[in-house]
Write a new protein. Structure first.
Length: 59
């Protein structure tokens, strides 16, 4: 299985947060927690979820 990488700034936040995860689904899960903690959102909006999944790329 290929790990994927993702950086919060790839979807437009001025943010240094980035991660590696086993797959895009896990990236979305971690991003949902991250936007709640770091960006004050109550949830990950559907459009941002789609952009997050699309932006995640193989390491
Ligand atoms: Zn962020």
């Amino acid at each position: 299985m290929t790990e994927v990488t993702f950086a919060c700034q790839w979807v437009g936040f001025e943010c240094e947060w980035a991660l590696r995860a086993p797959d895009a689904q896990e990236v979305v899960r971690r991003m949902r927690d991250h936007v709640r903690c770091a960006h004050g959102l109550t949830d990950l909006p559907a459009d941002l979820e789609a952009r997050t999944a699309a932006a995640a790329r193989p390491v």
